[in-house]
Ligand binder design. Structure first.
Ligand code: ZN
Ligand code: ZN
Length: 495
């Protein structure tokens, strides 16, 4: 009997995963290829599939599988899959159906209003919607439960195990060190000249170069593809079909080159998840933060390193506009690692980026626990930006209205971006103890790096929680010192 029900559970998971794959393929198509007139009908189809998947996740059949297999199973994959399914089941069941429906409607309305508010630079349009969204998040958090801080319940959705208390600690030490580094950079008389990297660079040549780079690193084009979209993303259909997109700016090649390497980092993770997990909900990256650690690892730690450009600058020059022939490697390297406090999160460099996250984290935390009222957000935003980055915020469009996350109802998501930088530095440090990273890069031999990541991170999928992976690889918890040491070492040479 025992094996019989395990087999049935596996088949049920496989069916769910097939719906998930179909939904992902439709999403990919909606964002890349679909003709305008096809969108409406396709949206209905994807809605139907999503409903079907949701029904399966919360069905009595699922409940029966969970009850029968929980605590009784020794097969580690079944055990983890049951725990994962139970988590999804409970999180869905704890929210009353009509409330959830109301929230979904509010989400899409609020995204549209946010867009309008941003265009008109008028926060007051968005305010009543955001107030409702905050209320829903507070309610959901109380349904889901938490031990210490109400915001923990929301963090759990993106970074299970990471708490408000841990972030408070880590961010406060990070803030201090980053401010010191930034102060030195701002005061330096020896600043990189970034005008040398800005010149007209035809899209086709940028594309040819980035495709070469993806192949050099080891992105498997027989298990994925590269397309073009306004907002670049990575999407997993299954481990043999992991797709990425990019965006080309003919006046600044950095958008496409570093953006593509970033998405490739997400894709490498998904392409290397152990095959035995396929067809289960475990066959994906374990958390937002660990995922981001992998994309940022390739984008920053590898892609913006001097070793990388020692190896690939000649190839780059062969595709680039003529004037790069007279730009020395050293100057090029310094230009692509420029640090400047700026208003927009997604355009920020790796030194100032965490400040953008700290601003959002502190505001989110205050909104959710009721210390901050939505109407006070723009003012508080501007104060914090001035305090952390030393720059005045001229408009809400470039301030509190810049990100879609809150409009979409996502609270607790932002910290994952900063965690990605921190995890990445810890992994990089430990990789460096086993692999001569710079030698490998300068030889264009990325296999030892990919194999290390596969062995320690990739293959586990959701078999391990984020902090479990971190602990197993680094023998310690979250520690911002590695990130700080990396920045000090790198930027003391550039500035
Ligand atoms: Zn959980
Ligand atoms: Zn990313």
């Amino acid at each position: 009997m025992g094996e019989h029900i395990e087999q049935q559970f596996r088949e049920y998971l496989q069916e769910m995963d097939s719906y998930r794959e179909a939904i992902s393929l439709i999403h990919w198509d909606l964002r890349t290829k679909i003709p305008k007139k096809g969108v409406e009908q396709r949206s209905k189809v994807v809605g139907l599939f999503a409903q079907k998947l949701h029904d399966m996740q919360t069905s009595d059949v699922m409940k029966h599988f969970i009850d029968s297999l929980k605590d009784k199973n020794t097969d580690p994959i079944i055990k983890k899959a049951v725990a994962e399914c139970e988590e999804i089941y409970l999180r869905n069941k704890k929210i009353p159906k009509d409330e959830y429906k109301e929230f979904v409607t509010l989400q899409s309305k609020s995204e549209a209003i946010w867009q309008e508010a941003r265009e008109k630079d008028d926060f007051s349009l968005f305010q009543p919607y955001l107030e409702k969204i905050v209320q829903f998040n507070q309610k959901f958090a109380s349904y889901w439960g938490y031990e210490d801080h109400i915001y923990d319940a929301l963090l759990h959705n993106y970074e299970p195990g990471v708490t408000t208390r841990l972030l408070d600690e880590v961010f406060s030490s990070l803030r201090q060190s980053l401010s010191e580094i930034l102060k030195k950079i701002n005061e330096s008389k020896n600043k990189p000249d970034t005008s040398i990297v800005k010149s007209h660079f035809p899209k086709e040549s940028q594309k040819a170069f980035t495709v070469d780079i993806l192949k050099e690193i080891g992105y498997d084009f027989e298990a994925g593809r590269l397309d073009e979209t306004i907002h670049p993303f990575e999407i997993t259909l299954n481990r043999n079909d992991v797709r990425i997109t990019t965006r080309y700016d003919e006046n600044d090649f950095q958008m496409a080159v570093f953006g593509t390497i970033h998405e490739m980092g997400h894709a490498l993770y998904e392409q290397h998840i152990d095959a035995t997990l396929a067809g289960t909900p475990l066959a994906t990256g374990t958390s937002m933060g660990i995922h981001e650690s992998q994309s940022l690892f390739w984008e920053n730690y590898i892609g913006r390193s001097l070793s990388f450009w020692k190896k690939y600058y000649p190839l780059f020059q062969s595709y680039a506009p003529k004037h790069f022939q007279s730009v020395p490697l050293e100057d090029f390297y310094r230009a692509i690692n420029k640090v400047t406090p700026s208003l927009i999160r997604i355009e920020a460099d790796e030194v100032t980026y965490p400040f953008h996250i700290m601003v959002r984290f502190e505001l989110e935390k205050g909104l959710i626990n009721g210390d901050i009222a939505v109407k006070d957000l723009p003012g508080l935003w501007n104060e914090k930006m001035e305090e952390y980055l030393g720059i005045p915020v001229p408009t809400d469009r470039e301030g509190v209205l810049q990100d879609i996350h809150w409009a979409g109802g996502d609270f607790g998501y932002f910290p994952s971006y900063a965690l990605g930088l921190l995890y990445g530095a810890q992994f990089y440090h430990h990789l460096g103890e086993e692999v001569n990273i710079n030698n490998a890069i300068e030889e264009g031999n990325f296999q030892p790096i990919i194999q290390w990541l596969e062995r320690h991170i990739y293959r586990y999928g959701k078999m391990k929680k984020p902090l479990e992976i971190l602990q197993d690889v680094t023998k310690e918890g979250l520690n911002p010192d590695y990130f700080i040491a990396y920045l000090r070492e790198k930027y003391s040479k550039i500035y």
